[in-house]
Design a protein around this ligand. Sequence first.
Ligand code: CAA
Length: 288
Amino acid sequence: MKVDDIKKICVIGAGNMGHQIALCAALAGYQVSCTDISLEMLSKAEGFARSYFPERVTKGKLTQEQADLGMKNISFTQNLERAAGDADFVIEAAVEKIDIKRKLFADLDRITPPHAILATNSSFIVSSKIADATKRPDRVCNMHFFNPALVMKLVEVVQGPHTSMETVQVTMDLCKKMGKSGAWLKKEIYGFLVNRILAALHHEAQFLADMGIATPEEIDMAVTNALGHPMGPFRLMDFTGIDLAYYIGIERYQETRDPKDKPSPLIVEKFAKGEWGRKTKKGFYSYE
Ligand code: CAA
């Protein structure tokens, strides 16, 4: 299979990541079906698409033709079989729970054409934990986008021991077609490249806040003003989801048994209160 054989892409999950990945693919000229079990998420995603395209035209970032084509290329459905049945490439961006992903991949293996590549956008579950739920592990890999996916240029393509070179090549070529820079990781490693680097920064920021050395706001101010990051670590966690930071910490600790990998007391507290960042309108900051 070659990248030019891809005509239809199915994106599973219409949440934070999925709806924007779907738009990236539609803008790159692919027919895209975005599916989710939640009707509410799907209508939110469709609403976003309906306002995003005209806004980009008004801003002069897209021509009317590009916007019309983008909108025409994308559809939203709750029906997994309809979304994935004729897909050449699937990008799974569902909830970060391994059992759900394994069940999804087993279903996708049954539903999709045999040539289809099944990629997961998971931030921390390596595809070898999922690939054996299918009969095509050679066609399974990680394809990890960053938030907001419409803006961030990097995509990590992680090759598992089961992933064929052809799958890596097609996925890297697809990144390019979608206007992204693919980073090819030749081996699976927890956190991939970027989240490992971010984890070091976040770990230190949380330690400083937990010790009462400075507030999250002050630490964010220090990082943006001294290092030139567009967002400090606490605002970024609000943006990507404190629930995600919590799950990543739990998973990481289970893997390493290193206490420093456990979610910090601050994250545990925010998680327990349901203050998960922008998606719940409150995290380290308020978004009312
Ligand atoms: N969705 C889509 N587009 C968005 C957006 C969103 N939520 N927020 C901003 N944009 C776009 C705007 O439309 C604008 O585009 P143009 O310049 O083409 O018109 C551009 O981004 C800049 O937007 P703004 O001027 O409104 O705001 P900003 O300059 O403050 O940028 C930001 C917003 C792009 C989010 C910027 O703050 C940023 O880059 N933050 C850091 C994001 C980051 O680090 N992401 C990686 C997170 S880690 C991760 O994703 C790992 C994981 O596993 C989940």
